[in-house]
Write a protein that binds this ligand. Sequence first.
Ligand code: NAD
Length: 493
Amino acid sequence: MAVATAPSASLGAGFRQMYVNGKWTDSSSGETFDVVNPATESVLASISAGSAQDVDRAVAAARAQFDGGEWSKVPGPQRSRLLNRLADLLERDKEYLAKLESATVGKPLFEPTMLDIPNSIDTVRYFAGWADKIEGRTIPTAGAFGRPVFNYTIREPVGVIGAITPWNAPTMIAAWKLAPALAAGCTVVMKPSEEAPLTTLHLAKLVEEAGFPAGVFNVVTGLGEVAGAALARHPGIDKISFTGSPEVGREIQKVAADGFKRVTLELGGKTPHIVLPDAALDAAVGGVAIGLFANSGQICAAGTRVFVHRSRYEQVLEGLGAAANGVKQGDPFDPQTQMGALVSRKQLDRVAGYVRLGLEEGAKVVAGGDRRSGKGYFFKPTILSNVSNDMRIAQEEIFGPVGAVMPFDDVEEAVRLANATRYGLSASVWTRDINAAHSIAARVRAGTVWINGWGAIDPRLPWGGFKTSGIGRELGARGLDACTEEKVVTVVM
Ligand code: NAD
């Protein structure tokens, strides 16, 4: 498999420093870490590895802007204009950002071109629209101490937000955190994943160009256990907004508890697809395949547990096997490519390890099942049968292009199996029966249920998980609320 080195090879040029208090700086330790192109295994850039001291500087800058600095006096309509300007700049640089995302994450160029970058722009514009519409309420009560009262509420920005992001959709998730925070009047210190920090650094360049005051948005690059941990425990942070694994999310919540920081957690998933016997099977097979193989399965909402009514099981299994075998995998910059590489060797080993484990537990390979030879962290699109829902491959998040297809006999069993997981991020139901669709949607414990579709995410729709998939919501009006505190003012008359 030929993997082109151009045009991705030069994309990392010019990246090294982080963005703190409106200045581009090296880390205080002078240390760096390498960002690798997963399709070619070549180093794209060496990036400053932020220390606790760098986090301190960034938090101090964000605090100063929040606590009476220039930003604290910027009214909603002006915040809206700044965010719209940022959206314009993202629009201007969308092709470059898509290439940068593709080169760092390994996803085929069409994905960030069609999804991640347009969604990021849309998110910034959506929250730009909210910035001058953050309103309070008047609430009638019976009075107090025998006197009439007048109550009203104010929504105030929650404060300085520490935002920690993963590598799988780095631009989009950065936008999901940055846009509502700045719309609400908060300030932000962002720590992008060490695997894919480049688009977040470019975002910082655009924030600077848009004219946000220095210190309102800061990016501290670095390792999770150093820079991320320092941010999570920093006393100058009011809220941590984290997207990543449940294991790190749990640690963050524990550390945040010390300072009573507000916490939003967007964690993993093990999304079930439920295919009923009356489903339009071609559409279901196509939709399930997209949900499995988009971004090489490195999506929190990846639909990795496919429950199919026994009467359709063989047909769907065959269809998914054929879909997997038909995926064109290779150079992310080749326009024909449908699936690229996994993000890192570690991720490749993890996915290969899970498939091995599945086979040891009795699963059978219908398609794929191993890595590709040659350069790059490529794992073949994989379909497994002979899986039961209690096997580790059906319970643990693999974060790779691996789907387990399992039969069920009736709707009761399908719902029970769908819910038999510690996760609850999303689910898909495939049927022409609207009663069954809505009834299953009501009973599946997940933050989002798609009917006859998968992955229809939009900044206007709240996003988040039940159970181990997270706490709180991002996006939509609830996502804005999560960046505010509600204050009550009572006038005793
Ligand atoms: P991760 O938890 O390893 O890392 C996420 C971020 O946390 C990175 O920036 C990392 O540097 C940082 N980090 C690591 N250790 C830390 C610590 N001790 N303290 C503070 N920060 C620390 O996750 P990942 O491998 O980057 O991403 C994959 C995970 O993210 C998957 O579980 C996936 O499901 C989840 N995810 C969830 C959503 C969602 O919306 N629910 C979206 C995308 C990804």
